[in-house]
Design a protein around this ligand. Structure first.
Ligand SMILES: *Cc1c(COP(=O)(O)O)cnc(C)c1O
Length: 373
C-alpha cells in the first residue's frame, strides 16, 4: 500500500532516543532533575517566570482552573472552535462553559466578549487556533477576571515580539506535548505563569494537594495534604524527551512556516479556497494549515477525495457545544453561527517538519485536480 500523508506527526531522532535511554539508566525516572530542567528551559524559551510540567495538556487546563478557584456557579468563556479540553475543564470544576463567536481567522471575536460576560464570569480561555496568536493584550484591557491562554497549538508563536507563553497579558498559559503538537513527550503538558502565588498552588495541586513546605519538626516524615489535588505529575523519562525536543523547536517552526508559505503561494489564485493569512504583528507557528472551501458538501467530497489518495486531512473543529454530550446539557445549534459556518468549510492540510516538498506538491496537485473535475 502507498504511504499515508497525515495532517500532523511527531519528529523523533536518535538524540531524542538517547536522551530517554540515559534517563532510564539514571537514579530518577520520575519527579527528578529532568522535570526541573525541562521547566526551567521551557520558561526561558517562552519568557515566563515559572513553568510547571504536567501529565498532559488537559490536566494542565484542569489545574489552571482549580488554581484560579473556579467552582460551581461560575462561568468560563472560551472559543467553540477548539479541542474539547478547553471547555471540559470548566465542567470538571462544576462551572458552566460559555461559548463566544469567532472572527474570520478562527479566533475569539473580541466584540462578542462583552455580550457574554457578567458577574459570574470568572475565567476566559482564548485559544491560539492552529498556532495563530490571539491578541490577549486587547482582551486584558476589557476584562478584569482570570485569563488562561490555551496555547496547545502555539508553541513558538508571537504577537509582535511577545512570545505566546510569556503571560505578559494573562494569568496562565497552557501547552500540550501530544505527538501531533510542536514538540512531544508522548503525553505531556505545561503551565506557565508570572505569579508566584499561582505557581505555589499549582505545584501542590499537581501532586495530591501535598505541601512539603508545611512539614513540621515533630512529624519530619510528614507529607501534609492541604488541598484536594491530583496525581498530574509527568515523568523524568518524558521530560528528558521534552528537553531534547525543545532543542529542535525553532527548526520545526521554521520548517512549518516554509510549508505554509508554499501552500499560500499555491492557492493564491484559487477562487475555490480561502486561506487564513497572518495580520500585521502575528507570527503563526502553524500547528495547522486550515483551508476553507465553499460549503459542507464540497468539504466532505474533498475530504473523501484526499483520503482516497492517502492524504489524511483533518477537521478542526466541530464547535464543542455541538458534541452529543454538550447537546445533552442543553446547548443548542445556532449558538455561534460563524463558528458553525467555519466548521462546515474547514479542512486542515498536512503540515509537519518532515513533510517533503514533493509530498506537499502531491497534496496541492490532488486538491487542484478535485476542483478541476
Ligand atoms: C491538544 C489540545 C489540548 C489538550 O492537550 P492534551 O495534552 O492532549 O491533553 C487542549 N487544547 C487544545 C486546543 C488542544 O489542541
Amino acid at each position: 500500500m502507498d504511504k499515508i500523508i497525515p495532517y500532523q506527526r511527531q519528529f523523533i531522532d536518535e538524540k531524542d532516543i538517547e536522551a530517554v535511554v540515559q534517563t532510564l539508566k539514571s537514579d530518577f525516572i520520575t519527579t527528578g532533575p529532568k522535570v526541573k530542567e525541562f521547566e526551567q528551559r521551557f520558561a526561558e524559551y517562552v519568557g515566563a517566570k515559572y513553568a510547571i510540567a504536567i501529565s498532559n495538556g488537559t490536566a494542565a487546563l484542569h489545574l489552571a482552573c482549580l488554581a484560579s478557584g473556579l467552582k460551581y456557579g461560575d462561568e468560563l468563556i472560551t472559543s467553540p472552535l477548539t479541542f474539547l479540553a478547553s471547555s471540559n475543564c470548566a465542567l470538571y470544576c462544576g462551572a458552566k462553559p460559555i461559548f463566544t463567536e469567532i472572527d474570520n481567522q478562527g479566533l475569539i471575536d473580541l466584540k462578542d466578549i462583552s455580550n457574554k460576560t457578567n458577574e459570574k464570569t470568572k475565567i476566559i480561555i482564548p485559544v491560539h487556533y492552529g498556532g495563530l496568536p490571539f491578541n490577549t493584550k486587547k482582551l486584558r484591557e476589557s476584562f478584569n477576571g482570570i485569563i488562561i491562554e490555551d496555547a496547545a497549538h502555539a508553541l513558538g508563536a508571537k504577537n509582535g515580539t511577545e512570545k505566546i507563553g510569556s503571560c505578559t497579558h494573562s494569568d496562565m498559559c497552557i501547552f500540550s506535548f501530544h505527538p501531533v503538537k510542536h514538540i512531544t513527550t508522548g503525553e505531556g503538558g505545561m503551565i506557565t505563569t508570572n505569579s508566584e502565588e499561582l505557581y505555589k498552588k499549582l505545584i501542590v495541586l499537581r501532586s495530591h494537594g501535598i505541601d512539603p513546605s508545611k512539614k513540621t519538626e515533630d512529624e519530619p516524615w510528614g507529607t501534609p495534604m492541604v488541598s484536594l489535588g491530583y496525581n498530574y505529575r509527568i515523568t523524568d523519562i518524558q521530560c528528558a524527551l521534552g528537553l531534547s525536543q525543545l532543542d529542535k523547536v525553532d527548526g520545526f517552526i521554521m520548517a512549518s512556516r516554509k510549508l505554509a508559505e508554499r501552500y499560500d503561494r499555491a492557492f493564491a489564485d484559487n477562487k475555490d479556497i480561502r486561506t487564513i493569512k497572518e495580520k500585521e504583528g502575528q507570527f503563526n507557528s502553524y500547528h495547522l494549515y486550515p483551508i476553507l472551501v465553499g460549503n459542507s458538501k464540497v468539504r466532505l467530497d474533498l475530504y473523501n477525495y484526499l483520503r482516497k489518495n492517502n492524504i489524511f486531512a483533518q477537521i478542526h473543529y466541530k464547535p464543542v457545544y455541538l458534541q452529543p454530550y454538550y447537546q445533552s446539557l442543553g446547548y443548542e445549534k445556532g449558538l455561534c453561527p460563524k463558528a458553525e459556518e467555519f466548521y462546515n468549510q474547514v479542512l486542515s492540510l498536512p503540515i509537519y517538519p518532515q513533510l517533503t516538498e514533493e509530498d506537499q506538491d502531491f497534496v496541492v496537485r490532488k486538491i487542484n485536480e478535485f476542483f478541476e473535475e
